[in-house]
Design a protein around this ligand. Structure first.
Ligand SMILES: [Zn+2]
Length: 149
């Protein structure tokens, strides 16, 4: 798996770094005791959100009950922000986890469907996202002002 190779090339888990750095950034949407919800710097689609455990845990089966409760709260918060500020929109969510790879960091990626991949994306697998993640977070928090009012 290509991602594991990349993760292994770092001296520290990149997801642990992301959790630490993004918890102090304007891309942070929500956090609780065990989880962080961010709009990733490298958002593939507008309003993409990542839900990451604060502890380095590779698989959902390793979460204790308190962590599972926190995961539920984080998912509910992310979906509430989407629904409250964007209405009922379709979305995809993907759980990434590897039970037998202790070096992997569980992550849940939530991608609202607000755009369609066009020829450029389909041809190059490079995605054009015109929504900066910092602006997406402001919008999802209900704090977006575009200056036109
Ligand atoms: Zn980690």
């Amino acid at each position: 798996m290509r991602e594991l190779k990349v993760i292994g090339s770092f001296s520290r888990c990149p997801y642990c770094d992301i959790v630490e750095k993004e918890s102090k950034s304007e891309r942070l949407l929500y956090e609780n005791e065990h989880f962080t919800v961010i709009a990733p710097y490298c958002s593939k689609v507008p309003y993409e959100l990542w839900i990451l455990p604060k502890d380095h845990i590779n698989h959902i089966s390793s979460f204790d009950q308190d962590q599972l409760d926190s995961l539920g709260k984080a998912i509910r918060s992310a979906l509430s922000c989407l629904r409250d500020n964007m209405g009922e929109i379709p979305y995809n969510y993907m759980f990434y986890q590897l039970r037998d790879e202790p070096g992997y960091h569980f992550n849940l990626k939530l991608q609202p469907v607000t755009t369609k991949a066009a020829g450029f994306e389909k041809n190059t697998d490079v995605y054009i996202n015109t929504m900066p993640p910092e602006t997406a977070v402001k919008y999802l928090q209900g704090n977006f002002q575009d200056g036109s009012e």
